[in-house]
Unconditional design. Structure first.
Length: 257
């Protein structure tokens, strides 16, 4: 069985970088060597003399597996406790994590979801000790700071198009390569009245000496996003159902309400 190392964030939430650190480190107790089964088993056996049913295996390395067995391999539900404090609890198949389970690392990170052949696969949520939360299926990463990224990934880094919602209410729509902003983009300001053009994630500058930020109207922002093929954030800043309703009222009626 391959040992899983939990995901970690390499940098602060912005720019967000994700990576999948599946280690190829094999526990001594499960290595494909002559020492593969060094340890002590206590439990039920089948007629062939193999562990089957419920049992506990205490590996010479210090790891402990307690749960169900079939034909000498972990299969069914069980708990694998690593000597460094990591714990996996869930389903096994042919000695590997497969099905639904929870992996808790000793440093406080927790992954809960689906596994296949010993790796994260399918639906699942990673909750970091820092407070960040990453939804494996939807690609939404929620930072403890309040920032939220929703978009495309490649090799577990932001890659392609995405929307980044800042805790202060600003919303960016742009392109990413290897986790970094690239090319043109649009930022809608938190007040819901204005937007600005972005270049590589920073405010675009205009003027002879680049002394001014390129502020644009909401309509220009929409047109720019459409021209670039960027996602149009929904909702936009300042466009909650209440504010949309207020904007529908004639000005004179709002003044006397």
């Amino acid at each position: 069985m391959w040992r899983l190392l939990i995901l970690h964030v390499l940098t602060v939430c912005a720019p967000l970088e994700l990576y999948r650190a599946y280690a190829t480190k094999v526990n001594n107790a499960m290595a494909d060597s002559g020492e593969a089964q060094k340890g002590e088993y206590e439990g039920e056996y089948n007629t062939a003399g193999e562990p089957e049913g419920r049992g506990i295996f205490r590996f010479a390395s210090g790891n402990v597996y307690e749960g169900e067995w079939k034909a000498g391999e972990q299969e069914g539900r069980g708990i694998f406790r690593f000597d460094d404090g990591d714990v996996y609890e869930g389903e096994f198949k042919a000695g590997e994590y497969e099905g639904r389970g929870v992996y808790r690392s000793a440093d406080g990170d927790v992954y809960e979801g689906e596994f296949k052949a010993g790796e994260f696969e399918g639906r699942g949520v990673m909750r970091y000790a820092s407070g960040d939360v990453y939804d494996w299926r939807t690609g939404v990463y929620r930072c403890a700071s309040g920032d939220v990224y929703e978009g495309e990934y490649k090799a577990d880094k932001r890659e392609g198009r995405g929307v980044y919602r800042h805790a202060n209410g600003d919303v960016d729509s742009g392109f990413y390569e290897q986790g970094n902003n690239v090319g043109e983009g649009v930022k809608w300001l938190a007040d819901g009245r204005w937007a600005m053009r972005l270049r590589a994630g920073a405010p675009a500058r205009v003027g002879r000496f680049g002394e001014e930020v390129d502020i644009i109207s909401l309509e220009e922002a929409r047109q720019t996003a459409e021209r670039l093929g960027l996602p149009l954030p929904s909702p936009l800043p300042g466009t909650t159902p209440l504010t949309r309703c207020l904007r529908c009222w004639p000005a004179r009626e709002r003044q006397h309400s």
